[in-house]
Design a protein around this ligand. Structure first.
Ligand code: NDP
Ligand code: MG
Length: 387
């Protein structure tokens, strides 16, 4: 029999990011339950080094090859293996010692490492929603075939997943994904025209990486989450509703066939869904601040505005089209999101260009992995030309 004290060994992809750092906070709080096996960063070698010295993983990956030499020089003395390049992400997740892969890197870059991890039968704690947006059918098929659980980290999806505990035979009528509405809730198109980067980077309730913060301001994030929910919970688009809930206390809701609704609540703190996915199926203790009803005498709800915030409507359109549509939309959005952050385009251009790219991109109804790779490359090229 397996000892109950065996620690779960975590491969943490994107350890220097917002989710990555919070995952390490969780591990710090539970050294008896978790151990770090792998840490990875894109180019932040300083923080990666600091994390490696603290958590003593078996291996680290720095994707940016120019940072490799100095880092490996420093880490070989500690008996920590250092690798570089994108391909190494696919190798380290398959290492024998890894019990769980937490995918917290950003955008399309999560796709291939996630496939590699599933092929090696490693359970996935999935923060990198873009992977499911790009190739949800392929990823979920592969996970089913390999009996690999995809444990959601995104707070809304973790909420749904928690509500479904013990309900696996019961049909879902619909789900409600809650949305804070972002910093521009209630704004008109005219007001949005002049939005600055600094305004868009100020999210009311969550501290996150730059890409998802901009996605939250344009409601693209909610759109990506609608697509993510389709694949995680095998739903049709008409079963997935979004509702603005500015306090971000109800993290999402499931409605069953008898009309009963289950919600998961708590203060907005990503450490909770991260910890839930990491410890699943157990719940473990936490000292995160607790919710107090008296601090929130009112929880309020509003309709999401898909006309002003066009990205959300585009995501539903991509979901209904199926095939490579969502992959192309995601690729376009990675380019426009980054261009807005570099002051190359205006706020409203993000959704406008995303829409044009979706229309212009080629479409494959039943895509293979190569089709997704090509769709991503093509949509990025078209979007870049349109900037
Ligand atoms: P961050 O931008 O804060 O961190 C991204 C991490 O991935 C960093 O470690 C970064 O390394 C690394 N990275 C960036 N680009 C690449 C690349 N091309 N190849 C390999 N590694 C790369 O992102 P977040 O932590 O905010 O988000 C991570 C994922 O989790 C996203 O998919 C996001 O949508 C999702 N998510 C995030 C939430 C949040 O609260 N932040 C909430 C729900 C979901 P480096 O530091 O060296 O650049
Ligand atoms: Mg979310």
């Amino acid at each position: 029999m397996e000892s109950t004290t065996k620690k779960k060994k975590i491969a943490l992809l994107g350890s220097t990011g917002s989710i990555g750092k919070q995952a390490l906070d969780v591990i710090r709080q539970h050294p008896d339950k978790f151990e770090v096996e792998v840490l990875t960063a894109y180019s932040n070698d300083e923080l990666l080094l600091k994390q490696a010295l603290e958590f003593k993983p078996n291996a680290v990956v720095i994707v940016d090859e120019s940072k490799y030499e100095a880092l490996s020089e420093r880490l070989w003395k500690e008996n920590i293996k250092t690798y570089c390049g994108e391909k190494s992400l696919e190798d380290v997740v398959q290492m024998e010692g890894v019990d769980l892969v937490l995918t917290a890197l950003v955008g399309y870059s999560g796709l291939k490492p996630t496939i590699a991890a599933i092929e090696a039968k490693k359970p996935i704690a999935l923060a990198n929603k873009e992977t499911l947006v790009v190739a949800g059918d392929l990823i979920t098929d592969l996970a089913n075939k390999n009996h690999v659980p995809l444990l959601p980290v995104d707070s809304e999806h973790s909420a749904i997943f928690q509500c479904l505990a013990g309900e696996f035979h019961n049909k879902i009528e619909k789900i409600y994904l809650t949305a804070s509405g972002g910093p521009f809730r209630g704004w008109t198109t005219e007001q949005l025209a002049g939005v600055t980067k600094a305004q868009a980077l100020k999210h009311p309730n969550w501290e996150m990486g730059a890409k998802i913060t901009i996605d939250s301001a344009t409601l693209m994030n909610k759109g990506l989450e609608v697509i993510e929910a389709k694949w995680l919970f095998q739903l049709e688009s008409h079963q997935i509703e979004t509702v603005v809930h500015p306090q971000s206390i109800i993290h999402s809701v499931v409605q069953f066939e008898d009309g009963s609704m289950k919600a998961q609540m708590g203060l907005p703190d990503m450490k909770l869904p991260i910890q839930y996915a990491m410890a699943y199926p157990q719940r473990i203790t936490s000292d995160f601040p607790r919710f107090n009803f008296m601090d929130y005498p009112e929880l309020t709800f509003e309709k999401t505005d898909q006309v002003t915030f066009k990205n959300l409507g585009l995501a539903y359109k991509a979901l209904d089209l199926g095939g490579t549509a969502a992959c192309a939309l995601n690729a376009a959005n990675e380019i426009t999101n980054a261009a807005f952050l570099q002051d190359k385009i205006k706020f409203l251009d993000i959704a406008n260009i995303n829409e044009k790219v979706m229309d212009a991109a080629s479409f494959v109804k039943k895509p293979s992995l190569d089709d997704y790779v090509n769709s991503n490359t093509e949509a990025r090229r078209i979007a870049t030309e349109m900037l």
